[in-house]
Write a protein that binds this ligand. Structure first.
Ligand code: C2E
Ligand code: CA
Ligand code: CA
Length: 634
């Protein structure tokens, strides 16, 4: 037979090139790298011995090469060729890290490998796979079975991949599908045109594809710092966890990243990151370091040296640094997480790190934060609430309560604050202080704000409030809502829908640093003001309390936060501050609302220093629509 061997030769060249790039893989001890390397090695051996057997058929027949050598070459060929499909099978299972491999799945692998080993290496006696008769190579009866097992294994690979497709990233899925399809097509071609040696070429091209998209060590590297990246961080974590090996991951972030970026530009941030990466590598020379993005780094240690490392980090990173002639003060935020005390999977780890850096930054200002199991519980509650918010939006699950506000001058309750309520059958009453920030983060606050506003309009349109002398309702607006370009148009259209006077609304906005000079907010406010809607500055005293805010923005009222009111009642200095603040604001012709009035004495004191409106449990808690009407009737 005239053999076409070009494809095998091309395959060998390609394999050698891939090997040239895989030296780093040898150092990676994770299972998928090991299986990948084994596939590469057996594939190379199979390709070489495919050629060797083809070129030695005739010499063996002519007696120039002994028959035992012919057996040896063919056995090596068959063995290495057939091991590729079970190795691919194990490779795919190892890619699905985090998912426990079922015993039965591993059993298939061992059975196949044992069967191959026995059947191929005893073929000299059994003549099952092949044999030489008078020096002539002849295929045995069992070759078809070998093909069948290989097909079955490829099918199993395909099924497992499809079943677990959401566990693999896109590039992994594509690589695995193409591997299977390509090998399948080539094997079919080879079956019909059996003088073209095509199968090894097919598996080599497929391995190249897998290498480029999955196993390439470069994809575990950050190009800027040269450090291992987040992908590598989590895969290292996965490996440790699958080996039940205790470890601690320490995360360091340089605070004020956004500020640094805005003030000094992207290029300087890159410089800064490189600078810090360099210093970190110097300090923690013997540790596994990772760059996790922005100005965040990770360290994984398997020893009892967390305290020592974090102390070193504080020493290294707190203080002045200068990068590209820019001087800045750095504040490191450092936390650490233990496996298995605090987390049990890489997903949980990612989740608590995320939670710590969004919700507990303040704690890290003070010192190193140890992330415990409770972080996961908190994060899970946050997720549950986030889910509840979405549900309440679609199922009309929010209600609005009203807390009456007393006008000191007239002695009447002529306004009220609308406060949103969310009650869940499992979690019970959830405070807006807890769910509003979550809604702000997941973007649901816009819809939520609209729902509350519409409910207030519906209530006002029913006429019962007006009948009892209600002049206006105060509605809270979130910072996020105020950043919305079409906020004014949206609110106006809702009011118009219910045919209500614009003067029936007072919008409460909380001061924040982001707001001073915020054009979007000012334009929204002006549009609404021109219609006759008024504004209150909410939570005065809790935030930045810049007078810029009062000067720049057209507020009619200021609401003094309950915490300020309360501390004024127990502390003389605080009382003086409150008294002069009220006087100062009145001189700016602002009206003052004090919230958190809980006792008669508090009410009297606040009236004495000149507050215009009072709100608090002393008069009424926030109550339902009906209860509010009843309250007004009295
Ligand atoms: P806030 O704007 O400061 O609202 C006043 C909060 O103080 C209300 O809490 C009210 O129940 C409480 N309060 C009033 N008087 C007293 C008192 O005498 N003693 C005590 N202990 N508490 C008093 P609530 O209803 O839990 O609301 C918390 C926060 O959630 C609000 O603080 C507001 O920032 C936010 N919020 C509530 N409803 C909405 C809404 O519809 N939209 C937005 N964006 N935020 C809302
Ligand atoms: Ca308020
Ligand atoms: Ca408040």
């Amino acid at each position: 037979m005239q053999w076409v061997t070009h494809y095998d030769i091309a395959a060998i060249i390609m394999e050698i090139i891939i090997f040239g790039y895989t030296n780093k893989l040898f150092r990676q001890k994770d299972k998928s790298s090991v299986y990948f390397l084994l596939m590469l090695i057996f594939n190379l051996v199979a390709t070489v011995f495919d050629l060797v057997t083809v070129y030695t058929y005739v010499p063996v027949e002519q007696g120039k090469i002994p028959v035992w050598a012919g057996y040896l070459f063919s056995m090596i060929y068959y063995y290495s060729e057939n091991l590729i499909s079970p190795l691919l099978y194990m490779y795919i299972l190892s890619l699905l890290n985090g998912r426990d491999t079922r015993k039965i799945e591993k059993i298939w692998f061992y059975c196949v490998v044992i069967f191959y080993t026995v059947i191929i290496f005893t073929t000299g006696m059994t003549k099952a796979v092949f044999y030489f008769e008078d020096g002539v190579y002849t295929r045995g009866p069992i070759v078809a079975l070998l093909y069948f097992i290989a097909y079955m294994t490829f099918m199993a690979c395909l099924i497992i991949t499809i079943k677990n497709r959401y566990r693999l990233i896109r590039s992994q899925r594509i690589a695995v599908y193409s591997f299977i399809c390509f090998v399948f097509v080539c094997v079919v071609i080879q079956m019909y045109i059996d003088n073209i040696l095509l199968t090894n070429y097919a598996s080599t091209v497929s391995l190249l594809l897998v290498f480029l998209s999955i196993q390439n060590p470069e994809i575990y590297k950050d190009p800027v710092t040269g450090m291992s990246n987040a992908k590598s961080f989590y895969s290292t974590v996965d490996i440790a966890i699958s080996n039940r090996k205790k470890f601690t991951s320490i995360i360091v972030e340089i605070d004020g990243f956004k500020y640094i970026k805005d003030s000094f530009g992207n290029e300087n941030v890159e410089e800064l990151v490189i600078h810090i990466a360099g210093r970190l590598s110097e300090r923690c020379r013997k540790k596994r370091l990772f760059y996790l993005g922005d100005v965040r780094f990770g360290i994984i240690t398997y020893h009892d040296d967390v305290i020592m490392i974090t102390e070193e980090l504080w020493e290294e990173f707190a203080g002045q640094i200068s990068v590209s002639e820019i001087n800045m003060t750095m504040l490191p935020l450092i936390c650490y997480v233990n496996y298995p005390d605090a987390v049990l999977s890489s997903n949980e780890l990612a989740s608590v790190i995320d939670y710590a850096f969004t919700e507990s930054r303040d704690l890290m200002n003070e010192g190193t934060l140890c992330i415990g199991r409770d972080f996961l519980t908190k994060k899970q509650r946050q997720l549950a609430i986030s889910h509840l918010i979405s549900q309440a939006i679609t199922n009309d699950g929010f209600t609005v309560h009203y807390q009456p506000i007393k006008n000191v001058k007239t002695g009447k309750f002529s306004s009220a604050e609308a406060l949103v309520r969310l009650i869940d059958s499992d979690l019970g009453f959830i405070s807006p202080e807890e769910f509003i920030p979550i809604a702000e983060k997941n973007g649901k606050i816009l819809k939520l704000g609209e729902i509350v506003f519409e409910k207030v309009c519906k209530f006002l349109a029913s006429g019962s409030a007006e009948k009892h002398g209600i002049e206006y309702i105060e509605v809270n607006l979130s910072v996020v809502q105020c950043m919305q370009a079409n906020l004014a148009e949206k609110l106006i259209s809702i009011i118009d829908k219910y045919n209500l006077p614009y003067s029936a609304f007072n919008l409460e906005i909380t001061e924040t640093a982001d707001f001073v000079n915020n054009e979007m907010l000012i334009s929204n406010m002006n549009k609404l003001l021109s219609k006759g809607i008024q504004f209150s500055m909410d939570d005065y005293g809790t935030g930045f309390s810049t007078s810029d805010y009062l000067i720049e923005l057209p507020f009619k009222m200021v609401k003094i936060d309950k915490s300020i009111v309360w501390s004024a009642m127990s502390d003389e200095k605080a009382f003086k501050i409150l008294k002069y603040t009220v006087a100062m604001m009145k001189s700016l012709e602002l009206e003052i609302v004090a919230e958190g009035v809980e006792t008669k004495e508090m009410a009297e004191t606040l009236i004495n220093i000149g507050c215009d409106f009072l709100q608090g449990f002393y008069y009424s808690r926030p109550i339902s629509e009906n209860a509010y009407i009843e309250f007004l009737k009295k």
